[in-house]
Ligand binder design. Structure first.
Ligand SMILES: [Zn+2]
Ligand SMILES: [Zn+2]
Length: 342
């Protein structure tokens, strides 16, 4: 599948990604490394170049980025190494030791980086695949009422599409996102939301599971991977709905469906970043039936099957118990079945 952001080969099927993991970030016998203190400035303007195997220890990559930030006048040289930004690996998965990075495996998120520094990072640092200028907010449609316009980070150079590998009780899922448009979900050994969904499905065995605020689709696709016969994913934010659909495609070989039929594409969806009435984005049918919609979860009842469904409401503002309670009550007044917050 061609990457809709850069046109490259960023998106690969889940089995290929999972198969590459065991050795992806490990060193060869010749790889050298030094562990740098992230809380102090980089001493000297030195960084090691990649090993002949093509990999380089993450701290050296950070040293390289630090030097560019000094040369570009963003740093004075007194900033600690960690001020370079947040390294997001591609593909990201739970790791017990720091990685040796192959080419094209890192998206840098930084609130300080400039356009010219970002260009240099993508051109001169082989491990960097994309540079995103971040802000002190969460990107996407984070207001449950959809009243506040969504905000996004800015992709300054390269491509910010990256995958995370999330373990589930039925096996791993590969979940792609566009980093400047969606919030960061870090793959952990234990994912409480996935566990909560699995526990719920095991005790209820529903015919339909609805992931009503799906984000990139992790929880809905977890239900699908557990063999739930009917699964519906939905999100009001175009990027979430689009990547949910892409992730259905990427993980289709774990499901009992035929081909995934995409009904839209990223450019078309971007014209209506936030939708109210649900629009079908992708579907796959077979022994299992899986559909992805772009719309407000409050309107999703219009396209749901006329039978009880098990709904997962993964609302962004869970801490606001009054609004969460309202959302659950409104859902229940329209949709038969049960609803739970993971
Ligand atoms: Zn790309
Ligand atoms: Zn090496």
């Amino acid at each position: 599948m061609k990457c809709p952001v850069c046109g490259g080969e960023c998106i690969r099927d889940a089995p290929e990604v999972i198969g590459s993991l065991p050795s992806l970030f490990s060193r060869c016998k010749r790889c050298t490394f030094r562990v740098l203190d992230k809380s102090v400035p980089l001493r000297g303007r030195y960084f090691a170049t990649p090993c002949e195997c093509g990999k380089r220890f993450i701290d050296e990559v950070f040293a390289h980025l630090y030097v560019i930030m000094v040369e570009e006048g963003i740093f004075s040289g007194n900033e600690p190494l960690r001020a370079v930004g947040s390294p997001l690996l591609h593909p990201g998965f739970f790791m017990s030791s720091p990685p040796f990075l192959p080419p094209d495996s890192l998206v840098l998120l930084s609130p300080l980086v400039t356009g010219s520094a970002a260009q240099r990072m993508v051109q001169e640092v082989p491990e960097v695949r994309g540079v995103v200028r971040s802000g002190d907010f969460v990107p996407g449609a984070t207001d449950p009422s959809l009243a506040k316009p969504p905000r996004t980070y800015e992709l300054l150079a390269g491509c910010d599409v990256r995958a995370g590998v999330f373990p589930t009780g039925a096996g791993p899922l590969v979940i792609y996102i566009q980093q400047s448009r969606m919030h960061i979900e870090v793959p952990r050994l234990e994912n409480p939301k996935i566990t909560s969904v699995e526990r719920h499905l095991a005790s209820h065995s529903p015919a339909w599971c609805v992931d009503a605020c799906s984000g990139a689709g992790t929880l809905g696709l977890c239900a699908a991977r557990h063999g739930i016969p009917g699964v519906i994913l939905n999100d009001a934010w175009y990027a979430a709905a689009f990547w949910s659909a892409t992730n259905l495609q990427v993980n289709r070989m774990f499901l009992r469906t035929g081909e995934v039929r995409m009904r839209s594409n990223l450019d078309t969806m971007q014209e209506h970043p936030v939708r109210q009435d649900p629009v079908l984005v992708a579907e796959a049918t077979g022994e299992q039936s899986i559909r992805v919609y772009h719309g407000d979860f409050r309107q999703l009842w219009k396209v749901l099957p006329e039978e009880p469904v098990c709904a997962v409401l993964d609302l962004f503002e869970k801490s606001d118990t009054r609004r969460t309670g309202e959302a659950v009550r409104e859902w229940k007044s329209r949709v038969p079945g049960e609803v739970f917050i993971p």
